[in-house]
Write a protein that binds this ligand. Structure first.
Ligand code: FMN
Length: 353
């Protein structure tokens, strides 16, 4: 089946000229079905999608906003689809935040995202400086090459399932009082008959944040499966990530962000990423906020682990709940059904049944 190119047409055509040109040159003769209006997003379940979003200078595309309404309000709209994204801006801002917002909306509508699903073109294309240098290409040449590469990677969008998958759950909470851990215990109980589950606690003091070594130094340590700081990250976490088929991040909301320990884990993953890609590892997240803001953390996980670090994003990768006082999460109305759905989703993604 042909690729479906979703290309919300902006009102001012000039705002789209660059992206339209890149798509024409990069996709060449490849057969694509092109959709430009929100009303056309029907009959797509199971298809492979390339979402090409022109944002103009101010980061707003009204036809895209109409599509966002459909994605958020129709949970099965993209059941079984897999997507890649291109976001093109006329200024230097908004491309990444729009991409993360779109990715979460697609994901909640039932769509998976391949690892490294995003090609981003900022107004100046300065984001292609390093790639252009490596390829000996112009900035525009590097942009087109990235779109061509994305379209090729979308040709085989499947995810390998295993007879006995390995899950790695990472947390930084106290087992006794944590709402996040209480929810995870229930999910874990649904999975351990068919999966090998390892849990690692990254509590305060066990993990230093990335020190931002020069690229060659990071590469040097990464090639030996290590990192400048060593410690629990090289000895325990890297081998566990290498062995895992899926990560489950257990994420309480701390100031509308992942906690410092989990963020340090992601930053320190850079050394391992230098020598290996994570396309065949999935990432899930269990997110608990005391008040609000779960979607902000979900977008952070997508941006960091799916877009930057190349993990596969399965459909509905995140369960987001709101609970504050100890014990509150497991008393939420309907929580057991949602936890069972979440566990079923993990099984469906990783388990060959
Ligand atoms: C340092 C810190 C910052 C927090 N910031 C937020 C916040 O910005 N928004 C929010 O909704 N809840 C916030 N909370 C509340 C937690 O997300 C909430 O208590 C949740 O249940 C934490 O999960 P836990 O019980 O697993 O620790 C914060 C809690 C702490 C300790």
């Amino acid at each position: 089946m042909s690729l479906v190119l979703i290309h919300p047409a902006p009102d001012a055509l000039w705002a789209d000229a660059r992206l339209a040109g890149v798509l024409r040159r990069a996709l060449g003769e490849r057969p694509v079905q092109i959709l430009t209006r929100a009303e056309e997003l029907d009959g797509l379940p199971g298809r492979t999608l390339l979402f090409a979003l022109p944002l103009g200078e101010w980061g707003i595309n009204l036809e895209y906003i109409r599509m966002l309404v459909r994605l958020r309000s129709e949970p099965g709209l993209l059941e079984g689809c897999t997507a890649g994204l291109i976001v093109d801006g006329a200024g230097e801002l908004y491309t990444k935040s729009a991409a993360a917002e779109l990715a979460l909306a697609l994901n909640r509508a039932g769509c998976a995202l391949i690892g490294r699903p995003l090609v981003e073109g900022t107004g100046s294309l300065a984001n292609f400086q390093v790639q252009a240098q490596v390829q000996g290409a112009t900035l525009m040449g590097a942009y087109e090459a990235a779109v061509r590469d994305l379209a090729e990677r979308l040709e085989n969008p499947g995810f390998p399932r295993k007879e006995r998958p390995r899950l790695l759950a990472l947390h930084a909470s106290s087992h006794h009082t944590s709402n996040t851990m209480a929810l995870w215990s229930r999910v874990r109980a649904e999975l351990e008959d068919r999966c090998d589950i390892q849990e690692i606690g990254l509590r305060n003091g066990t993990l230093s944040d990335c020190s931002g070594c020069p690229y060659t130094m990071c590469l040097h340590f990464g090639e030996r499966g290590e990192c400048f700081y060593g410690g629990v990250m090289s000895e325990e976490v890297y081998p566990a990530v290498r062995a895992a088929d899926a990560l489950v991040l257990l994420c309480p909301n701390y100031n509308d962000a992942l906690s410092a320990n989990l963020t340090a884990f992601i930053n320190r993953l850079t050394a391992l990423f230098r020598q290996t890609r994570f396309y065949d590892k999935a990432v899930f997240a269990l997110i608990v906020s005391g008040y609000s803001g779960g979607d902000i953390l979900a977008r952070q996980v997508i941006a960091a682990l799916n877009m930057n670090k190349s993990f596969y994003l399965p459909p509905r990768f995140a369960l987001m709940e709101t609970a504050n006082f100890p014990g509150q999460a497991m008393a939420l109305p309907g929580i057991v059904d949602r936890l069972e759905d979440f566990a079923r989703n993990i099984r469906r993604t990783v388990l060959a049944e």
